[in-house]
Structures are given as structure tokens and as C-alpha cells.
Design a protein around this ligand. Sequence first.
Ligand SMILES: Nc1ncnc2c1ncn2[C@@H]1O[C@H](COP(=O)(O)OP(=O)(O)O)[C@@H](O)[C@H]1O
Ligand SMILES: [Mg+2]
Length: 363
Amino acid sequence: MINSRGVALLLATAIALVTLAFTSLVSEVTPTILFVVTIISFGVSYILSQLTLDFLIFKEINNIYDMMDKLRNEEFSEIDDHEGTSLNPLRKINQEIASYAQIKEKEIKELKRIEAFRREFLADISHELKTPIFAAQGFVHTLLDGAVKDKSVRKRFLKKAAKSLDGLNMLVQELLTISQMEIGEIRMHPEHFNLYEVVEDVFDQMEEKSERKGVTVNFVEGCEHKAYVFADPQRIYQVMTNLISNAVKYNNEGGEVLVDLEVGKEDVTVFVKDNGLGIPPEHIKRIFERFYRVDKSRSKDLGGTGLGLAIVKHIIEAHDSKVVVTSTLGKGTIFSFKLPKGEAPDEDDELFVEELDLDSSEE
Ligand SMILES: Nc1ncnc2c1ncn2[C@@H]1O[C@H](COP(=O)(O)OP(=O)(O)O)[C@@H](O)[C@H]1O
Ligand SMILES: [Mg+2]
């Protein structure tokens, strides 16, 4: 093993020998002078080499200690990695530690983020579940405590309890969808289909709800009837249901919801416009977060879970696209997204294909 003292000793001996050799060449030198010169050169070079080596080694070791200290205190940002390569092995170790620390820092940050996210999600879920359970529980207990004898109260309370449980059911189902999407269990099954027809189906399904609210739901005048896209029809149906039901829900009586389909060269752009309440600019960024609602109490009254737009975002992103929102408070909101253009079936086959579709859906 070479240590700093050994190296210094070797260096000093070499220097002393060289000095001795050169001094002996001088003619009038006495043995005493030779001896003194050799001893002095040996001593001085020994001390100097040892000091230099120690200084270099100690400095790097101290650096390592410093870094260890920071690692212990998790002060990752203060660890600077020495750029460039060095021949000094200690310096190399230093660099290794620094880059290791950087990797660990990233990992720890990510873990902390996931942990915070998990905790928040759990808190949110418990909170969201609590409300409908609490309501249903209240009605059932009141019934048990005697209200069941009053016929009119009985029906009203049972209806209310059922409504809470329906809400609970919807919430759990949407939660399931979201978590499956996040794990990647739900795959998109893209097909070529006419988006116009899918939106028509959504309109039919929404008719009662929108009529009750006094909101009209329609296509924009002159909207393209043949808007073939390549996407997952069921998921897009879900997206359109969510967007249109929001546009109806967050609207005023007599309001209007318009859907437009613009067929471009490579994709079809879908617009869902309403002239309802609008979204305040500071909230727009957050409405796609799960459970985020602009007006908590109003949304709950309207039967919202706060998950609709989170699901919409997931589905559209799974189609490699994104949802764009523009909104003016008090004037209305426009949601839009693009889907890749699909192929229209051959005109002659169209009837045949539709029949086939009907057959398969009945199975
Ligand atoms: N068309 C719209 N007009 C105004 N506000 C909207 C519209 N769509 C969504 N929002 C706001 O975004 C929030 C999140 O929407 P969503 O995720 O569908 O949850 P939910 O409808 O269950 O409350 C809603 O609570 C509402 O405040
Ligand atoms: Mg919604």
C-alpha cells in the first residue's frame, strides 16, 4: 500500500541522491559539506512533499465529508458536482458521490410527490364519500325512528335516500374508471366512426335533462354531417356526455348549447359551446383536477361528482390530444379538442355496415 508518507520518503530520497550526485561533481567539496547538503535536501523535500500530498488528499477528503454531511441533512441542492474529469481518484469519488446524490434527490422528490398525491386523494375520496353516505344514513334513521308511519314523509325520505345512494354509486363508478385509467388498465379501442351520429345519440340521451332546465342543445347551423374520426367510440361518447351535460348544468334557463364539428385535412375539431355561467380565469387551469369544482355547493346540488372533466382529460390524452378551454365569466364557455380523421365507409356498404353494427350491439 502506498501512503503519502511512503511517497514522500521515496521522493525525498531521490531528490537527495540527485543533489548528492551533482554536489560531488564540484571539485573543492569536502565530505562534511556533501553530508550536510544531502541531509538538508532530503529533509526539506521530505517535508515539502508530505505537506503537498497531505494538503491535496486532506482537501478532497474534507470535501467528501462536507458532502456526506449535506447528504445526511438532505441539502441536495447545495452539492455541486465538479464538472470535468480529474486524475485524482479522490476528486473522482467526489464527483461520483455528487452525481449519485443528484439521482437520489430526484427519486426522493418523486416519492414525496406521489406520497402527497396519495394522501390528498385519500382525503378527497373520504370527504366525497362522506356526504352522500351521511345524507342517506340520516334519512334512513329518521324513518326508523318513527317517520316511517307517516305515509307522505316515508316516500319523500326514501326518495331522498335513494338519490344520495345513486349519487354514491355514480361517484364510485367514476372513481373506478379514473383509477383504471391511471393504472393503464383501460385501453382505447379506436375505430372509424361518424362523430356526428355519436353526438346525436348524446343529444337524445340528454333531451329530458336539458328540457327540464330549459336549455336547448343543438348542432351549429351548417355543421358537417360526415365527421369521421378514428377513436374509441364509447370513450368519446363518454367525453361528449360529460361536456354537454356540463354545458347544460352550468347554464341559465333559456340558455343554449351548440356543438360544432370542423373537418380539417388531418383531424376533426370538436367544439362544445354554451352561453352559461362561464368559468373565472383563476379556476380554468384547475377544473380538470379530480374533485375540483368552481362552486362546490352549486355543483353538488346539480349532482356533480367533480370527476367528469378529469375523466374527459384522461380520455382525450389517451387519444394523443388535449382539451382546450376558453371561457368568459357570465358569457359562456367553449371546450374543444381534436381527433384524428377517420375513413368513411364506402357509400354502397354504408347500410350494410350499420346493420352489422346493430347486430353486434344486441349481443
Ligand atoms: N360548461 C361549463 N361552464 C361553466 N363551468 C363549468 C363548465 N364545465 C365545467 N365547469 C366547472 O368545472 C367544474 C368541474 O367539472 P366536472 O369535472 O365535470 O365536475 P362536476 O360537473 O361534477 O362538478 C364544475 O364544477 C364547474 O364548476
Ligand atoms: Mg361534470
